[in-house]
Design a protein around this ligand. Structure first.
Ligand code: ADP
Length: 398
């Protein structure tokens, strides 16, 4: 029973076909440069050579047509016919306040996703294009939308409201939504399994640290705190995003530099974060190497990031109101960088967090990396958003 998972970005489509009998990947791939010159599909099926398909793909519909063709191709396809795709799960970035869980897509759901475009003008439009193209190409196949925001809908108002006039919440829906929800949910479910606890008894602080980063305070298995906000610009300094800053900096810069709001927005989204501080790279691997070579600004960028993560761990320990079972690391940095995990945990011993340096010496696999004496466990749990999407899709369409 195969579920196709589709993640449409503005110029890319990531996909995975997962056999839900054993939750194994049948094939996966990425379409790059959709709508641009040089569009290409790269598909990797376990046990087969990588397939590279270069075709002109002027929009998402054409790209999906080639993608589906690649899945069933006689020579290198992973399945024999489209009938072997039971349902399609679509990643949708913003579900606003309407969706607290995944839903089967119908006309009404599409309308709500379209209403959310205002809240996620960069992300929801390509998601919608992907859904519409799939509906056209596979009219009989059920489709499910899985939202990045849904997991955080359990937050209460004192965690999601901003202290600006209440009318702007009512008028425009300005509040904290939170993102990376599918990842935080997967890690929550998996951590409960690993610790052999009921999800409803699980309290963790999940550190999704990648190109984009967010922490999630999970209490009784539900999201109660996240440091991502109204948009994914909030919280920690990220690869190129500023994270939280004093909002007055925006108007100050507009005035001093004589630049528009769009220009400031670009600076905060694309030129800031660890790239902006280091002037070197948004990739944490580059920064770790540069710091080793004595680059002071690379060191400063990493110091800022590390201090940010520590502060949020402390804040969520304080607001949990109950014992925390584990600090969990996931995503590109969280799964792979023993160095940054060590530096983040360094000095947190007084909060009952004791990292075991030798257990920490791992990459990309599930593990408990704290000392046996540590009151709060420290864990690495690699995320799997695609599998979470496929599971929700199967559950809703079975
Ligand atoms: P995205 O948010 O785009 O999904 P990922 O979760 O894949 O990002 O994380 C990508 C980031 O992870 C890269 O930018 C890189 O900085 C970081 N990363 C990957 N491997 C390592 C490593 N071994 N050490 C430090 N950072 C790493």
């Amino acid at each position: 029973m195969n579920i196709l998972v589709i993640n449409c970005g503005s110029s890319s489509i990531k996909y995975q076909l997962i056999d839900m009998r054993d939750e194994k990947i049948v094939t996966k791939g990425v379409v790059d440069r959709v709508g641009l010159e040089g569009s290409v599909i790269e598909q990797k099926t376990p046990g087969m050579d990588k397939v590279v398909i270069k075709e002109s793909m002027e929009d998402h519909r054409v790209a999906l047509k080639y993608l589906l063709k690649a899945l069933v191709d006689e020579e290198y396809g992973a399945i024999n016919s489209m009938d072997e795709i039971y349902a399609v799960g679509h990643r949708v970035v913003h579900g606003g306040e309407k969706f607290a869980s995944s839903v089967v897509i119908d006309e009404e759901v599409m309308k709500v996703i379209e209403d959310c475009v205002e809240l996620a003008p960069l992300h929801n439009p390509p998601n919608i294009m992907g859904i519409e193209a799939c509906q056209e190409l596979m009219p009989e196949t059920p489709m499910v939308a899985v939202f990045d925001t849904a997991f955080h809908q359990t937050m209460t108002p004192e965690s999601y409201m901003y202290a600006i006039p209440y009318k702007y919440y009512e008028k425009y829906g300005i509040r904290r939504y939170g993102f990376h929800g599918t990842s935080h949910k997967y890690v929550t479910v998996r951590t409960a399994e690993l610790l052999e606890k009921d999800q409803k008894d699980l309290n963790i602080i999940n550190c999704h640290l990648g190109n984009g980063s967010s922490l999630c305070g999970v209490k009784h298995g539900e999201s109660r705190e996240t440091n991502m906000g109204f948009t994914p610009l909030a919280g920690l300094p990220m690869g190129t995003r500023s994270g939280n800053i004093d909002p007055a900096i925006i108007t100050f810069l507009m005035e001093k530099e004589d630049i528009t709001f769009e220009e400031v927005n670009h600076i905060l989204n694309k030129e800031s974060g660890v790239l902006g501080i280091s002037g070197l790279s948004s990739d944490f691997r580059d920064l770790e190497l540069a710091e080793e070579d004595g680059n002071e600004r690379a060191k400063l960028a990493l110091d800022l990031f590390i201090k940010g993560v520590k502060k949020y761990i402390g804040a969520y320990m304080a607001t949990m109101g109950e014992e925390v079972d584990a600090i969990v690391f996931t995503a590109g940095i969280g799964e792979n960088s023993a160095y940054l995990r060590e530096r983040i945990c360094d000095g947190l011993e007084s909060m009952g967090i004791e990292l075991d340096k030798s257990k920490n010496d791992i990459r990309g696999k599930e593990a408990i990396i704290s000392k046996d004496t540590s009151k709060v466990k420290v864990m690495v749990v690699p995320t799997n958003e695609e599998l979470m999407i496929a599971r929700d899709t199967l559950k809703l369409t079975k």
